[in-house]
Design a protein around this ligand. Structure first.
Ligand SMILES: [Cu+2]
Length: 341
């Protein structure tokens, strides 16, 4: 069974299913408490949705190689595994949405995650009142957000709250001492505009080159870190620039920075727009894979130290079961996109 991932703005019915599923997952207990995840403070139930927030914080803080610096390379970011790892995460969230959208024991396998094509908004002046931010869609900005499906209503125990944050030590912590708080968005502060269609086009053009391109050539390059200039580094948003850690953000990073608020730290899956954003990042990667024969780098000739966790047959960090990076390079038997960049 396969399903189609569609444009969130052009398909309001699919987006409405997504926002409904998120709120159901937010209200459903995962069966585990904050204590089970080693999070300090009083034991509080962790929702099925917040499991994804905790998972993302943990992998962002787990360096490759172990003991290294997660700001240089970690299990989910700043290395070649960035795209396959988030593809796996999206598949899990999508499966959870399908489960709560269908009747008991009969997941709705027609549901595919919608994507937000932010380059359209980037081309239209990065309006804070673009269609995606309307109250009938994702709601707008606010500290906290006060309209749409994730509005904060202090007197309503069913309203959307942020319960998990990343603490200064990079570990998951409880928001507001476990009481939770409203979702935060502050458009245009971290960066003043969204990426454009030209930015996407330029990243996609960065493929294998020369008379004898090696497999994976320019997907990523040595030293496979935050500073390496390949397609992955460009789509993730560290390059091109002379000093990747201090200069402007591009594409993926730029969207996180433009939205701001809860989209900035390692706990960014707190904002449900995270998954619409990453679905679009995945769509751009899929377009690149289609163009260049589904290549990847590094292969298994890269040394175990310091690259274990980034090589094509290495397992992606994943509680539950072990899946390799290589299996993420072609998921067309599960989902396809309605349109490609
Ligand atoms: Cu991430």
């Amino acid at each position: 069974m396969s399903w189609i991932r569609q444009n969130a703005v052009k398909n309001p019915d699919v987006l409405a299913k997504y926002t409904k599923a998120v709120n159901l997952l937010k209200q459903e207990s995962s069966g585990k408490s904050t204590t089970d995840f080693g999070i300090p403070g009083p034991p509080n139930p962790v929702s099925s949705y917040d499991v994804f927030v905790i998972w993302h914080i943990q992998v962002s803080n787990a360096a490759i190689p172990p003991g290294g610096n997660p700001m240089v390379r970690n299990w989910a970011h700043r290395g070649p595994g960035f795209l396959p790892w988030h593809r796996m995460m999206l598949l899990y969230l999508e499966g959870q949405c399908q489960r709560v959208l269908g009747p008991k024991d009969k997941p709705d396998r027609t549901f595919g995650l919608p994507y937000w094509d932010w380059s359209v908004d980037g081309d239209n002046g990065s309006s804070p009142t673009a269609p995606i931010w309307q109250p009938t869609r994702m709601g707008g900005q606010g500290m906290p957000v006060s309209d749409g499906p994730f509005a904060y209503r202090p007197d309503d125990p069913k309203s959307f709250t942020v319960r998990i944050e990343s603490a200064y030590d990079g570990k998951p912590s409880q928001a507001n001492g476990g009481q939770g708080r409203g979702l935060m968005r502050q458009f245009g502060i971290g960066w003043d505009r969204l990426p454009t269609g030209t930015d996407v086009k330029n990243a996609l053009a960065f493929g294998p080159s020369g008379p004898n391109p090696k497999p994976g050539d320019r997907y990523d390059v040595l030293d496979y870190s935050v500073g390496s200039d390949g397609f992955r580094g460009r789509l993730e948003g560290w390059t091109p620039n002379p000093n990747p850690r201090n200069a402007r953000p591009w594409l993926h990073n730029q969207v996180h920075s433009w939205i701001g608020g809860d989209m900035s730290p390692a706990s960014s899956p707190n904002d449900p727009v995270f998954f619409l954003h990453h679905c679009n990042v995945d769509r751009i990667w899929e377009s690149w894979l289609e163009r260049y024969n589904r290549v990847y780098a590094p292969d298994m000739t890269a040394p175990e130290y310091p690259y274990q966790g980034e090589r094509i047959n290495d397992a992606l960090d994943n509680p539950g079961f072990s899946t390799s990076i290589g299996t993420m390079l072609d998921r067309r038997e599960y989902y396809t996109y309605d349109a490609m960049p």
